[in-house]
Write a protein that binds this ligand. Structure first.
Ligand SMILES: [Zn+2]
Length: 135
């Protein structure tokens, strides 16, 4: 069976830190994240597309811009959640540590819930390190 796949790349910036990490990732720091989202289909639509790249951009980047871009992404148990909130700084709170793996899963689930036939999300945290999530 044939399958088509398109990939849209999206850039965003975020800060985080990892609780219980023994190395320097336990300190607040930031990344220029490079996200790649794959959307697949067995058949193309009437225009000959899996999905319009602009639709993927609008759906995924729209959510990222409103929720993750230029924010601190923190574990719900992090003492900095209340510090940033009381200073009215934007925070996105995760149930788990805000690793590239967990952020990739978050974006995958968000894109899926908005009706995209997402098959895989890759989040590059640095130019040499990325995490992949797929079901
Ligand atoms: Zn980091």
């Amino acid at each position: 069976m044939a399958e088509y796949k398109i990939t849209k790349a999206i850039e965003f910036c975020y800060g985080h830190r990892l609780l219980n990490h023994k190395g320097k990732c336990r300190y607040l720091h930031g990344h220029n994240g490079h996200l790649e989202i794959d959307v697949t289909a067995c058949d193309l639509d009437d225009l000959g597309m899996v999905r319009d790249f602009a639709d993927v951009q609008e759906t995924v980047k729209g959510w990222i811009d409103q929720n993750l871009d230029h924010r601190m992404i923190l574990n719900k148990d992090d003492v900095f959640v209340s510090v940033f909130e009381s200073a009215q700084e934007p925070v996105f709170v995760l149930d788990d540590n805000p690793t590239a793996e967990n952020i990739a899963r978050l974006i995958y689930e968000q894109a899926e819930s908005q009706g995209l036939a997402v098959s895989e999300v890759r989040l590059w945290e640095t130019p040499t390190s990325y995490a992949t999530y797929r079901k």
